[in-house]
Design a protein around this ligand. Sequence first.
Ligand code: ADP
Ligand code: MG
Length: 329
Amino acid sequence: LSASLTEFELIARYFARAGLAANPAQDPAVVLGIGDDCALLNIPAGQQLALSLDVLVEGVHFPMAADPYLLAQRALAVNLSDLAAMGATPVGFSLGLTMPRAEPQWLDAFSAGLRDSATHYHCRLLGGDTTRGPLQLAIQVHGTVPAGQALRRSGAKVGDDVYVSNTLGAAALALQVLDGSLVTLSSEQRADLLRAYYQPEPQLCLGSALCCIASAAQDVSDGLLADLAHIAKASAVGMVLQANAVPVAPVVSDLVSQEQALLLALTGGDDYQLIFTANHAQRDNITQLAQQLTVRVTRIGRVVSGASVKVLDSQGVAMGFTQQGYQHF
Ligand code: ADP
Ligand code: MG
């Protein structure tokens, strides 16, 4: 990769570092980490392995010249969010890194961001592959979930309630800060928005607590409506949402019109909140759980027969949206 740094030195220096690399002496799930042909994991009896892979490409999924420390944190967080959406608990992750050249400063900041998130979420690096090419990060997370209890997209039933965690819209508005189209804001608002984009909090505790409670779940990556449509399709149901129940991030309400704020919350992506459905008999359980975990959980609608996801305004009239979240193709 570089005349001054061999591939093996690079891996040893930046990826096998303390706090980032899985350490079998400290982690009973890990039998063998970085350094051999494969990593080896223990899967406890009664648990299933949950896997998810995301590829992030410079210029497509993150801006050119993104801060490497924050980029690393975002890359791991969006993957952990997929585990959260299945109710799984992280065990570790693999990293496929392609980059044009080995820049020590970039690698140092990138691996420090990964290390801090790996430590925070108890999800350490198990192995990977490093090659030369355009900047791309592929992360595969590995988690465990009690056998048969994973939260799927396909379990929503007519009559269920529809919920979302925390608030929506901030990550989508952050993109307007990053592309320079939103410039009139305080440094605090700017920091709030960029945090939402670069450091989303995967809802791991909520996800695993929902295992015996929710009928279906997913995380919001493409946008609330687009992602609810995935649950609706997989479950062969429709949904009706109340526009005024959708929790918009306060920083978004402060910065744009009410109409714009709602549009961002409904169709903006990248928030990595959980959306889920549950039988109405679970309402008290869900309220209690949200209090225990200090997570805001909002009931935003219900599951109906049909195939579409409709949004009703305060008069009960269906609202039209041209854009159902972000589509890659
Ligand atoms: P192989 O030729 O068997 O694929 P490599 O030379 O690619 O082995 O990798 C050597 C070791 O370093 C392996 O254990 C691999 O998992 C690990 N590794 C390589 N790249 C990375 C990376 N980006 N992050 C973490 N571990 C890595
Ligand atoms: Mg390899």
